[in-house]
Design a protein. Structure first.
Length: 435
């Protein structure tokens, strides 16, 4: 039990130092876990030096993710430099007629469509690449852009080919079809809610900025001499084919994503910038962006390693299941849904769904609830999972949007409550979640 409390205190301390800006996220993700991990090791009567192995075990499987991030960020950065997205940006600006409300709604819809692959990293890379220049030029809050994207990814993450659903299907012995069938109404309702919420935030931006004069806006856009020199308008068809082809290969899944973007980045450099110095400069500029993200994910690996290796994760999982009094058994699915909100924030998906859910499911079965009901309830906590400091894609979104992680978390907690309520309402109406 003591290890569970140490785990809670560690997460609270981590968020406190980041929110107060006493440490950068990178420093906090390493220093805070090591401090509390040392305490846990002493309690376990083991040497704190063993944490080195815990961290290595947590990070040694990240190589493929790192190569994906490096190649993908570099590739999309090169595409921006070539000017591939300039026509689309101009079209979108003209389409929305400079209205921030329409921009926000469009951002939400785009994120929902791209996130159908169930992967947050890919969604953030594609959507931020397309929408960030528009938000910058219209001087809209990038925090709203980040929130609109994150909100849609949290929903699409529950698709059967996403990580959480696969774990739930395994633990509760369900099929992908039956889980999706009962999750889908809540997901559709939540997607609609997200679009409406994004439009409402856009209305606030409209009040602040007004509707931009598109003609004046177009004439007011200026590029530096270096940006103009790097533009490749004559190669836009080639670059478009390269980008679309990469997306097709990514969706089909015949080739690993890191290989797809690695080859695409190499082809983009070789054809667009045959000058060796240009190639070197572009890799340095765009590759540097990926290094910051990779550093944050590695730092998060320290947190995961310490939590798993010292036994904090297991202790927190057990403690969560013991919090429910027997008298509340008739409402156990709702209790499970609430626990999943906290569980998937404080723990990794593996730790919660393989460590906590089996215990919750068994208790639910004892109270007479079906595996389907328990599985649907456990999926609802995903409304908050993607703002956990344990999730690598969150740090990518922080880097791409240039926003503070705590600001994104703060707005997404409120937004996540709305998504969670949508799940509850839909599940109650169709009868899969008794209240």
């Amino acid at each position: 039990m003591a290890l569970a409390y140490i785990g809670y205190l560690m997460v609270a301390a981590l968020m406190a130092v980041i929110i107060s800006k006493r440490m950068s996220a990178f420093a906090a993700l390493i220093i805070v876990p090591l401090v509390f991990g040392t305490i846990a090791c002493v309690m376990n009567d083991t040497s704190p030096l063993v944490m080195g192995k815990f961290v290595v075990d947590a990070t040694k499987g990240m190589a493929s993710n790192f190569s994906l991030l490096f190649y993908a960020i570099t590739f999309f950065g090169i595409m921006i430099s070539t000017g591939l997205f300039d026509p689309m940006i101009k079209f979108i600006v003209k389409l929305v007629k400079g209205d921030p409300a329409k921009v926000m709604a469009g951002t939400s819809i785009m994120a929902a469509c791209v996130a159908l692959d169930g992967d947050g990293t890919t969604t953030y890379l594609i959507c931020c690449t397309a929408m960030l220049p528009i938000f910058t030029r219209l001087k809209m809050k990038k925090l709203y852009m980040a929130a609109a994207m994150c909100a849609q990814v949290t929903i699409m993450n529950n698709l059967p080919w996403g990580g959480p659903s696969a774990r739930i299907i395994t633990v509760c012995n369900l099929t992908a079809e039956e889980l999706l069938r009962w999750l889908a109404p809540g997901m559709v309702l939540a997607v609609i809610f997200n679009i409406c919420a994004a439009y409402w935030l856009g209305l606030q931006e409209r009040k602040r900025l007004g509707v931009i004069d598109v003609e004046a806006f177009e004439h007011g856009v200026s590029l530096t001499e270096e940006e103009i020199r790097l533009r490749r308008p004559k190669l836009i068809i080639y670059n478009l084919i390269l980008a679309v082809g990469s997306m097709v290969l990514l969706i089909v899944g015949l080739v690993p994503a890191s290989v797809v973007f690695g080859i695409a980045a190499a082809l983009a450099l070789a054809v667009n910038y045959p000058n060796l110095k240009d190639q070197k400069d572009l890799v340095q500029v765009h590759g540097a962006d990926s290094i910051q993200v990779i550093c944050l994910i590695l730092a998060a690996g320290v947190l995961m390693g310490v939590m798993n290796g010292t036994g904090m994760s297991d202790a927190m999982a057990k403690h969560m299941t013991e919090l429910v009094p027997a008298s509340m058994g008739g409402h156990f699915p709702i209790i499970t849904a609430v626990i999943s909100c906290f569980g998937t924030f404080f723990l990794s998906n593996d730790a919660f769904y393989y460590g906590v859910l089996p215990l919750l499911a068994e208790a639910g079965y004892a109270y007479g609830f079906t595996p389907l009901t328990m599985g649907v309830a456990a999926a609802m906590g995903q409304a908050f999972h993607l703002i956990s400091p344990l999730v690598g894609s969150l740090w990518l979104l922080v880097q791409l949007s240039d926003e503070n992680v705590t600001d994104i978390q703060r707005i997404m907690v409120i937004w996540g409550i709305g998504i969670f309520i949508c799940y509850i309402i839909a599940a109650a109406v169709i009868g899969v979640l008794p209240l």
